[in-house]
Design a protein around this ligand. Structure first.
Ligand code: NDP
Length: 283
């Protein structure tokens, strides 16, 4: 079985990106800029934001984290985003999700200028994405497509099953695979007999958010398995990351699979960096 090493692919892409950013920064007398708004003190969000800051520094993107109180009002956040929309040094604005419950996520996301939306979550960018005119591509699904491309796994004419239909993973994954010429089935919690679908597919993308719920018998021989799921599991007193798939069962049966950790995870931030740079270039 080929291990689809997202960490390696990510390193390679970040190295290339670093070079392009250095040239761009020279020509434009400034680095590309990403501002991240963090509302509240959700521990997981703090970790994700720290990872994003570190990754930005690695490739030469100037990042700033704007920490706002968990009781911030819509109007306060609106004022911050408006300033960033107008700043010539900011190319990307990211609102870390989830937001505290009193805030309307959709309304907040719509405050971001679509030209500064590296997550591609404004309605304008969602519309462009599904219309096949990509300003930016959704980070995690695009990371999956980059892994497939790196390992020269041809998608055209293949059958694919995507498990999960969320706005950030499942649906855009479906869209990118169909745009690349695959025949795609989208499965979700209401799908009857999931295994009947997965065992027929050349490519399975698991993004159900169910720890290790798929194993060897859920895939046909020589399938390509992409595991988007990330879950913390305690094993012998230690915290371990696992995916939606029992990776250890796959060897000798499927053709290729992404591990967790080190598969899709690192690609998501890499695609965020790429999108931020693309937005800077398109000004
Ligand atoms: P959501 O909870 O938003 O969506 C899960 C989807 O899976 C839903 O569409 C749900 O169906 C479907 N589903 C749930 N259970 C089953 C089941 N038993 N059989 C079939 N379908 C099922 O999750 P996300 O899309 O945000 O994330 C999915 C996973 O990916 C999570 O583990 C998350 O942590 C991870 N993730 C990883 C990223 C990375 O960088 N690697 C980035 C983003 C997420 P229904 O719509 O009917 O409820």
């Amino acid at each position: 079985m080929i291990k689809l090493n997202g960490l390696e692919v990510s390193k390679k892409l970040r190295e290339a990106l670093k070079q392009s950013i250095a040239t761009w920064a020279n020509e434009n007398n400034r680095p590309p800029g990403l501002s991240v708004i963090l509302v509240g003190e959700d521990p997981a969000s703090q970790v994700y934001v720290a990872h994003k800051e570190k990754a930005c520094a690695q490739v030469g993107i100037q990042s700033e984290v704007i920490k706002m109180s968990g009781v911030s009002t819509f109007t306060e956040i609106e004022a911050r985003i408006n300033k960033l929309n107008e700043s010539p040094n900011v190319d990307g604005i990211l609102v870390q999700l989830p937001l505290p419950k009193h805030l309307d996520q959709r309304k907040i996301l719509e405050l971001i200028s679509p030209k500064k939306d590296p997550d591609g979550l404004t309605m304008e960018n969602i519309g462009l994405f599904y219309g096949g005119i990509h300003r930016v591509k959704s980070c995690t699904p695009n990371g999956v497509m980059e892994i497939l491309k790196h390992y020269e796994i041809n998608v055209e004419g293949k059958t694919a099953v995507v498990i999960g239909r969320s706005q950030i993973v499942g649906l855009p994954m479906f869209n990118l695979l169909q745009q690349a010429g695959a025949t795609v089935t989208l499965c979700h919690s209401k799908t009857k007999n999931l295994q009947e679908h997965t065992t027929k597919a050349d490519i399975v993308v698991a993004a159900a958010g169910q720890p290790e719920f798929l194993g060897r018998n859920d895939f046909k021989k020589d399938a390509v398995v992409i595991d988007v799921g990330i879950h913390r599991k305690e094993v012998a007193g230690k915290n371990k990351l696992v995916g939606d798939v029992k990776y250890s069962e796959l060897d000798g049966h499927v053709k290729a699979a992404t591990p967790v950790p080190g598969g899709v995870g690192p690609m998501t931030i890499t695609m965020l960096l790429q999108n931020t740079f693309d937005l800077a270039c398109s000004e």
